[in-house]
Design a protein around this ligand. Structure first.
Ligand SMILES: [Zn+2]
Ligand SMILES: [Zn+2]
Length: 111
């Protein structure tokens, strides 16, 4: 049975962790983590495809500067332990990622 329908639409979501209503990114990209707490969900194999069956929360464990992407958030899945990197949305004009949280996580060593 198919659990997710891939529509290709860029929609927002409500964070399951803190309840924040996250809007799609102003630049048209899919927002893949909560701007307030940076938690995400393990629903993608590749960003935006919703092809993963895991579905467990992804914990933000570190943030690091990336030469082309600005900052990336390192997420670790609380269900299957997968580690993934997602571009941070620190420069989104509508709903940017929490800067203090990004800075705090930057100081932590990557897993
Ligand atoms: Zn949140
Ligand atoms: Zn997982």
């Amino acid at each position: 049975m198919k659990r997710f329908t891939v529509t290709g639409r860029n929609v927002g979501f409500r964070c399951l962790r803190c309840g924040t209503e996250a809007t799609p990114l102003a630049n048209g990209s899919v927002r893949n983590h909560c701007p307030a707490c940076l938690w995400s969900l393990h629903v993608d194999v590749h960003p935006g495809d919703r092809a993963s069956d895991c579905g467990a929360p992804l914990e933000p464990v570190a943030v690091r500067p990336h030469p082309r992407k600005g900052f990336v958030v390192v997420h670790r899945c609380t269900g299957c332990g997968a580690v993934r990197e997602n571009r941070a949305a620190a420069d989104d004009p509508v709903q940017p990622d929490d800067r203090d949280l990004l800075i705090r996580l930057t100081a932590r060593p990557a897993p």
